[in-house]
Design a binder for this molecule. Structure first.
Ligand SMILES: Nc1nc2c(c(=O)[nH]1)N[C@H]1C(S)=C(S)[C@@H](COP(=O)(O)OP(=O)(O)OC[C@H]3O[C@@H](n4cnc5c(=O)[nH]c(N)nc54)[C@H](O)[C@@H]3O)O[C@H]1N2
Ligand SMILES: Nc1nc2c(c(=O)[nH]1)N[C@H]1C(S)=C(S)[C@@H](COP(=O)(O)OP(=O)(O)OC[C@H]3O[C@@H](n4cnc5c(=O)[nH]c(N)nc54)[C@H](O)[C@@H]3O)O[C@H]1N2
Ligand SMILES: [Mo]
Length: 786
């Protein structure tokens, strides 16, 4: 019977295709030209549930079907995010974009075009949109770029002063096997949340973080989670929770350091041989200069951790091999340079830097790959050529730049001026998700004459653009992916035909370069597969130079992946420096770890003094603003998506409460406000407000609210600064970490929360904008020179 039924059902062809997302490698199962399922990579012990969002996103009604132009652009009407778009042909769209690039370049030079285009784009090097837009603009004569990233912008500019390099923040940390074997006490500032290690820029083959955490647990290592959020350490880790007040880690670290110093538990020999400036710092610790000893009692009043706990932890850390880690979130805060400098100093006082399982590391609990053993071989790389204009702003200063052309600012010892940008070109990023104080960004965003965006979906940024070009997704093209922090490299095979009229970013830029007269420079005569081969062959050559043989491209492509060998020995951060600090000097002026930096002193910045110091952030629970806004809002990375990517997909949507992004609050704080689980609440401060769905959560420290980033920005059309969906960046401050690094200060945000009264406005972010039908000549310039 069954046999007959099967025989009569038409068999649909099924293709199985290797592919890769930032959150994992998978096999795309394709039926009738549609991706129906993503099966996790066979070598992945803990695949990310986020893979399940991909099929719905690839075939989503939010896909941009064809090029579109905003009505009102030519008339200079403001960009509202609610405008109607008119669909146009590719030829017309490409003519318009090429025309604008050459018009702005001719009239205003390279400084008129902003192409920093910050954003994660997709996994896969050949089609990495942000790289491609910078390549296109660099080869065309230059543009204004963005420096560093939102992830660790403060660390990137501080650490070279302290360690001579920022490599320790990019994931090159002491390998987990060394920690498991030799650490006895692991103090994790910001915790060790597995939610974050789902993701790696470039793609993840094997999610090994949980495996290593479980081994650390099994080895009996005592683990302390210092965080406002208990769930930053999974329950099964049995970590102790030190519920710290947000943004006060420096005070805790100073309290620990003070205890070590005053009780003579610090490693004076290490400080003498390997560090510069400890004496001066010690004067600060003891209060010899400012009259305030940074004692455990002093620290308790700031960070809320009992002084006895601080003293006991300092003694325990001095008594056994201790490893200190800090997540990147600590430095994404006002004065975010300080906790990193203080952590390094604390590790130096403990004396274990360069020894197995001791010292410090950054980014465990932030991202996939930190501390994972992997041979030091190159990863996929196709960096864009240098920007001939040499223009760039610190990444998070975009609104300042647009609002203040010609205005000056301080940055890492230099005084610089903002360019006068007339055109913004974005491909592969979503600033209307990622930037702080989105209501301010919306005002700044009115400044450029033209905004061009490539995306696959009608994101909030696409809706704030003038010319929108539809890009294919990874499933629609061939590519090579992976990162230098993962054990695998991946072939990414085209699974389906482009959806709608979408084109590959690389082909869009090649067509534009053709119109502008430099197609050959852009393409270098390569097609898609030739680029894939180039990326792979570079890795293969790099590996061969280190004595590691990788298969030829054809074999790699046919098999879909290649596994890289394990390292010969565990990497231990600063092992060589420790062994011989004269031969392996650090690239700092003193050749040592700079606890005091003469270079930083020379800048004369009161917001970045010459040694680690407690500098209260502009907003925290101890600041005057806390009287009106008594909750510190942590906007952490979302467990159910990558930033804003796949927010409309089923995995993220399943986590929403009455369609809004969840906000978590301690039971006491909820009760004080008369709020119940599941309520729709209004979260607000002077910068704006958003709606959210309340989750009462005892794992959140009192006085703290937690809301993930990435809900698609959905401002009320009638204005008023209210986002109805729950993008917390309407609340965050748009200020640099300090004049030194000018990083994002997203984590320094105070808010108040109240119940929302009345009928909540509908969420419209997940419906495409109003589209007027194809009109071939609607946007031909009337003022074009003859
Ligand atoms: N409040 C607060 N804000 C934050 C943070 C925080 O902690 N708190 N964290 C910050 C950090 S660390 C980061 S890294 C940023 C992340 O900010 P972004 O990197 O901007 O966020 P994504 O959502 O990953 O945006 C990538 C965009 O690229 C698009 N895209 C994907 N593939 C392609 C493609 O092939 N072609 C094209 N053209 N487009 C594509 C996606 O659809 C999406 O719109 O957010 C920052 N913002
Ligand atoms: N699932 C998922 N994973 C991701 C991403 C994603 O979008 N989704 N994004 C990736 C990217 S681009 C980046 S840059 C990394 C970011 O990595 P992180 O910046 O480390 O990530 P967050 O989740 O913002 O913060 C980690 C934890 O730090 C705690 N924390 C916040 N403020 C403080 C503080 O002042 N003191 C202490 N002690 N703890 C604090 C929060 O409770 C938070 O859960 O995450 C990556 N991982
Ligand atoms: Mo990031």
């Amino acid at each position: 019977m069954t046999i007959t039924a099967q025989a009569t059902r038409p068999r649909r062809p099924v293709a199985r295709v290797p592919s890769l997302a930032h959150w994992g490698a998978f096999t795309a199962v394709v039926t009738d030209g549609r991706v129906v399922r993503c099966e996790p990579f066979g070598h992945d012990p803990t695949p990310s549930p986020m893979l399940a969002a991909i099929p719905a996103m690839v075939h989503s009604p939010l896909r941009i079907a064809r090029p579109a132009v905003r009505e009102g652009w030519r008339e200079g009407r403001p960009r509202t995010g609610h405008d109607t778009f008119r669909e146009v042909s590719w030829d017309e769209a490409l003519d318009l974009v090429a025309g604008e690039v050459s018009r702005v370049r001719a009239a205003h030079g390279a400084g008129g075009i902003f192409g920093g285009s910050y954003g994660w784009s997709s996994a896969g090097r050949v089609h990495h949109a942000r790289t491609l837009v910078r390549r296109f603009l660099a080869l065309g004569g230059g543009f204004v770029d963005q420096l560093a990233n939102y992830s660790f912008g403060a660390a990137q500019f501080l650490l070279p002063h302290v360690l001579g390099t920022f490599q320790p923040v990019t994931g090159r940390a002491t390998d987990w096997p060394s920690v498991v074997a030799d650490t006895r006490l692991l103090i994790a500032f910001g915790g060790l949340a597995p939610k974050n290690s789902q993701v790696g820029s470039g793609g993840v083959g094997s999610h090994d973080f949980e495996t290593w955490l479980r081994r650390a647990r099994a080895a009996g290592i005592r683990i302390v989670n210092v965080s406002p959020l208990k769930s930053d350490a999974p329950d099964w880790l049995d970590a102790e929770w030190i519920a710290i007040r947000p943004n006060t880690d420096v005070a805790l670290m100073l309290g620990l350091a003070h205890t070590l110093l005053t009780e003579g538990r610090h490693d004076a020999a290490f400080l003498d041989r390997y560090c510069a400036g400890f004496e001066t710092f010690a004067d600060y610790l003891t209060g010899r200069r400012d009259g305030t000893p940074k004692s455990a009692d002093w620290a308790e009043h700031i960070c809320g951790v009992p002084a006895d706990t601080i003293r006991a932890l300092a003694r325990d850390a001095a008594a056994q091999p201790t490893y200190l880690t800090a997540t990147w979130s600590l430095q994404r805060a006002h004065h975010g340079e300080q906790p990193y400098w203080a952590l390094i100093t604390l590790a130096a006082m403990l004396g274990g830097i360069g020894l197995p399982g001791q010292g410090f590391g950054f980014g465990h609990g932030s991202i996939h790959g930190t501390g994972l053993p992997r041979a030091a071989l190159p990863g996929p790389d196709l960096s864009p050529p240098p920007n001939p204009a040499g223009l760039a702003i610190p990444v998070a200063r975009i609104a300042d730049m647009l609002l203040d052309p010609g205005g000056t600012y301080e940055f890492n010892g230099r005084r610089l001026a903002y360019p006068d940008v007339r055109m913004v070109y974005w491909a592969g990023g979503n600033p209307f998700h990622h930037h702080q104080d989105l209501n301010r960004l919306r005002r700044a965003w009115q400044k450029p004459e033209t905004v061009v965006v490539h995306d696959s979906w009608w994101t909030p940024t696409a809706r704030h653009a003038d010319i929108v070009l539809p890009a294919t997704t990874s499933l629609e093209r061939n590519d090579v992916g992976g990162t230098s922090r993962d054990r695998f490299l991946f072939a990414m095979h085209r699974a389906i035909a482009p959806v709608g009229e979408a084109r590959h970013d690389i082909d869009i830029f090649a067509a534009l370069a053709g119109r502008l007269g430099y197609a050959d420079a852009f393409t270098e005569g390569r097609d898609e597969m030739a680029w894939c081969r180039l990326v792979y062959d570079r890795i293969r050559d790099g590996a061969a130079a280190k004595g590691v043989a990788l298969p030829a491209f054809q074999q790699f492509w046919a098999e879909g992946f290649v596994a890289l060998p394990p390292p010969e020995r565990d990497f231990v951060l600063f092992e060589e420096f420790r062994r011989d600090p004269d031969v392996h000097r650090l690239a700092t002026p003193s050749g040592k770890i700079e606890i005091v930096s003469a270079a930083v002193a020379g800048f004369g910045y009161d917001d970045a003094p010459p040694h680690p110091a407690w500098l209260p952030p502009a907003e925290w629970l101890g600041s005057p603003a806390a009287k009106r806004f008594p909750l510190h809002l942590i906007t952490n990375q979302p467990a159910r998506r990558l930033h804003s990517q796949t927010d409309p997909g089923p995995v993220s949507v399943a986590g929403k409460i009455s369609e809004r992004e969840p906000i978590r609050l301690n039971p006491q704080d909820a009760a004080r406000r008369g709020l119940s689980d599941g309520d729709i609440v209004r979260v607000f401060n002077d910068r704006g407000a958003c709606l959210a769905g309340l989750v009462i959560d005892p794992d959140v420290a009192p006085g703290v609210a937690v809301m993930a980033t990435g809900a698609w920005f959905d401002p009320l059309p009638e204005g008023g600064g209210l986002d109805v969906h729950g993008n917390p960046n309407v609340l965050t401050p748009d200020i640099g970490t300090s004049r030194l690094a000018q990083g994002s200060s997203a984590q320094s945000t105070l808010v108040e929360i109240e119940g929302f009264v009345g009928t909540p406005p509908p969420v419209r972010a997940f419906a495409p904008p109003p589209l007027a039908p194809l009109a071939p000549t609607a946007f031909v310039r009337t003022d074009a020179p003859m």
